[in-house]
Design a protein around this ligand. Sequence first.
Ligand code: ASP
Length: 346
Amino acid sequence: MRFSICAAIVFIFIHSPVFSQEYSFSDNDKYVLVIHGGAGTLLPGKMSAEKERAYRDKLTEALSAGYEKIKNGGQSLDAVTAAITVMEDSPLFNAGKGAVMTHEGKNELDASIMDGATQDAGAVAGITTVKNPILAARSVMEKSGHVMLSGPGAEHFAESQGLEIVAPEYFWTERRWENLQRVLEKDSAQVELDHDEKQTFSPPVVDNIDDKFGTVGAVARDKKGSLAAGTSTGGMNNKRFGRIGDSPIIGAGNYANNQVAISCTGWGEFYIRTVAAYNVASQMKLLGLSVEEASENVIEEIGNLGGTGGMIALDKDGNYATPFNTAGMYRGTVNEKGEIKVEIFK
Ligand code: ASP
């Protein structure tokens, strides 16, 4: 009798939702961080050695910043925000300091973050004065009681949380201004993304430049096996009418649960229409696919619709995939041994 009561208690404990939520991770030391700095047609011959070195160095710096967090027992969320903050502070990427411009010559930033263990999420859209949008997204998740805040309200909230506020001009860069002027001279209605060479969409049509998708993102697994995903972007060059892409939309440009974490880069409208990030998680859960199979399926679906881009996806066991249907994607990984790998081209 006593034995059967004990067995019943153990059975209830093992099968309770709390147990499966907190302890279903494989509890080993395999921790890993994967980042991206945007997908696009990055042709090896068209990039100067100096420019390539600058990108590789900055990706390495972002990986190191995230690695330090998880190595010292920090959460995957800490690694994600540390890595993304480094990229937001660099003019190389279309996020934070390097954000592309709106039709009016302004910078409107979007970001999101998700905690896989709790499925808490936070996002900001169309903000112009918060130095690090990913930190604003994290504050929304942890302090606001909401998931997504936009525009002046989001800025007001970020300021109330003590985040660094800058003048909108902080985000202005010569390079992005010239990118905007080039598009405006050709066709003021044209919209384009960072890091891409040639697009065939109509509309919008995109011309020959070597950089169009430049959104940044990170996915991480910490020592406890918890996953997190974050994404930050300036959106599309010459965007108008308060356009918001996939990056701040949970399930489209960013998603994490206790099985997988995903961050996307590419033509946002296609990622929204395919619910890209959640689509990967669903295919893994419902079809039993691996992280590679599921993420490649979704990139293929985006390609079939005429969209381009890529994503990074990391599963609970530390397996990851970085599929893209463009010629390249800025990306990198660091594992539990501190081994860093950075890649740009196919
Ligand atoms: N996905 C982003 C957007 O559509 C752009 C990018 O990835 O660079 O806003």
